[in-house]
Ligand binder design. Sequence first.
Ligand code: GLN
Length: 492
Amino acid sequence: MDELYRLTAHEARDLLRKGEISATELTQAVLDRIHAVEDKVKAYITLTPEIALAQAAEADKAFVQARKEGRAHTLPDLLGIPLAVKDVISTAGIRTTCASRILENYIPPYDATAVQRLRAQGAVILGKTNTDEFAMGWSTENSAFGPSHNPWDLTRVPGGSSGGNAAALAADETIIAIGSDTGGSVRQPAGFCNLVALRPTYGRVSRFGLVAFASSLDQIGPMTKDVTDAALVYEAIAGHDPRDSTSVDRPVGEVRRALGQEVRGLRVGVPREYFGEGIDPRVADVVRQALRVLEDLGARLEEISLPLTRHSIPVYYIIAPAEASANLARYDGVRYGYRAEAATLWEQYKRTRGRGFGPEVKRRIILGTYALSAGYYDAYYLRAQKVRTLIRQEYETAFRRVDVIAGPVAPVVPWPIGWAMENPVQVYLTDLLTISQAIAGVPALAVPAGFSDGLPVGLQLVGRPFDEETLFRLAYAYEQATQWGKKRPVIE
Ligand code: GLN
């Protein structure tokens, strides 16, 4: 069988269990694919082929043994499946840079809980993927290692901040991936690259080992080539972890059971604001067609209004930088990471941070420090927290009427590399549709919805807290009816 790198995780799992392919063959096929296209795509910061092949060999031993004993079907779903990890998620023994000079040579002594759980299943770590520095951005253009390229059009961005994952998945340089989402960072790149991604309910997935950006917003989520794979990865990483005090002790269940279930009668809210001002009409057209498909499947569409959506950007850009300014205080050149030598301690801090952080990170530290400072705290931070409560209430009210809220993932299509640098204000506005869910803590899923002039457009489904299951149910039905995700780019 050729082109093994094109398989989804569940397809590969079935072949691995039957012994039709080996984990080593699969891993080698993906490594060869990386070798062939990575020069153009630039998805990875660090590659770990030796670790991957060693883990694949371990997986193969387990498959051989289990098949002998007739219990291959009981092995973990992700055993032997190649995995890419966003470079803000800690991996024991593997460099974790956050795409920053300040952590360029940092090797964590422990795994993030999400990574540990995937390793426990036997997933094969291929390497660490590119991101905007400390996950602050939209396109990977803020990476100290240079941007990744969108496999659908190499002159354009793959989105961000988990753009390396999206580029790797779309170019078939991995089978599955995990990223982080503070205000859209798994969903927006998935939308830009014709992929599936889930931002879980806040508290569903442990943040232990995720390098903190904005702790009240950060969540780890799956990025995959189809809905089934997203469900498998989500089941693997979700669940209570005593090492993260915000992780919720509540059963996750087998969301995969929702796949294939009836969606007739599901009430889907369509916010007016998601199709109005600031939304590229080409994007709105594609997503309106997607909504018609949901209707054909038996979902009941209802127009709703979420008027606070437009306030989510200013709220987020106070809260997230405020939390970031506190979280990033630890990079002082004393305990770990980059250190610039200097005559005095003060001078050392200044040089270390001055040289170690890129411009966007500095901008946010300054903004956040300002918003938290005495005299401004009430006017900015406290006020933003109050509006945050209103945004959460607005979702609560909406979810009394509807089961799911649907709209575009991003208001725009992937932009040409360089555009963000020339349009520093506009680029913040592209967060319009992915930030309020993070502020409210509700789950949201991105699924391929088709193309506009050859560029992918994503459909976003937003759910009640802890109701990821309904999102998977509806996304799967939509995916089966349309099959947009099956389309793959040709990399010139
Ligand atoms: N684009 C948003 C930001 O720049 C969200 C990024 C994220 O989710 N990590 O902060």
